[in-house]
Design a protein around this ligand. Sequence first.
Ligand code: PLP
Length: 389
Amino acid sequence: MTYLDYNATAPVRPEVRQAMLDAMRAPGNASSIHHYGRSARKLLEDVRAKLAKLVDANPADIVFTASATEANHLALQGLPRGTRVLASAVEHLSVLKQPIDPQIIPVDGNGVVDLGALEALLAGSDQPTVVSVMIANNEIGTIQPLAEVVTLAKRYGALVHSDAVQAVGRLPLSFAELGLDLMSLGFHKCGGPVGVGALVMRPGLTLNPYLYGGGHERQLRAGTHNIPAIAGLGALMDRLLSEGEVERQQQGVLQQRLERGLQAFGAAVTIIAAKAPRLPNTCCVGIANVAAEQQLIKLDMAGVAVSSGSACSSGKVGASRVLQAMNIAPALLQSTIRLSWGWATTAADIDALLQAYQQLLPKVGDKVGDKAAASASAQTDTRQIPLAI
Ligand code: PLP
């Protein structure tokens, strides 16, 4: 089976799994005073330091949570009551679904946030404001102009939060250089564990807790630490700190191979947000008037697991709100799929997708899939990625 759905979740890396299993051998509540508690505390703080190194932040400014969803809620609900949230139209629902609805910043046809509209919203009120714009989108991969967003927000005295979940392991990340106030992280899209997320805070910024109970995480996030998941995160950090750049380049090589192959199919195929800077591991692609549901099923039958570019609930695929916000042509709105890859993906996986894709293009001719795969191999670096599931 070829797995191309990393933006939903990635296969867990072997070293992450091993670190989690090792951590599960001993009891360990990092708040306990005894030997086991102290070794859990040491592990927790070591991993916090590694994470801080990866994202260029202070360890003391990192709050562990149980998920990225929770980090987004802590960021936006932890600010003083009455803070207005301005969020881009393509944010994850864990940003958009807040007790008070955010005001929406529109995006252009490539999913890039409209800076003029942001400025008008900032200028339109002197209420305390936080701007929430993700680093990169989970459906289309578009990378947002965060430096410009931060400059504008600061001009109007607003704070900036960014959801960096899809950027981890795919882009170099410097919290300090980005000039952000808050940044949410998750780790299971790049081979890390579920069950742990993090919020990075600007030094000196104060938040109100979102969960109350024990005094964990400097009173900011109550709840016993998930030490096995945090141990797995430590193994992920070791890998990304040593091989992150190599992995990012490999993702980019696969993207070239895939997109050249798709382009060889001709006008039947549209790559969404093709003109925007995008993550090296994501491609949202549409075949006009061929329902995403049908594409998913056919690819699944051909042994390729992908996701639709659309929200999937109760097994039914609806129109994607991200694509709607981008004003994508109606013929493509319910006809796109999302391909996303990562640490275990090989060139052979990309070729398997291109071959399977041929079946979705009945009118284009039998040889087109072979031609697409051949074209991809001819034009791209054909080195096999050494990591395999
Ligand atoms: N933000 C983005 C951009 C995401 O893609 C996701 C996961 O799909 C989340 C936040 C939430 O992550 P989790 O479900 O792990 O809490």
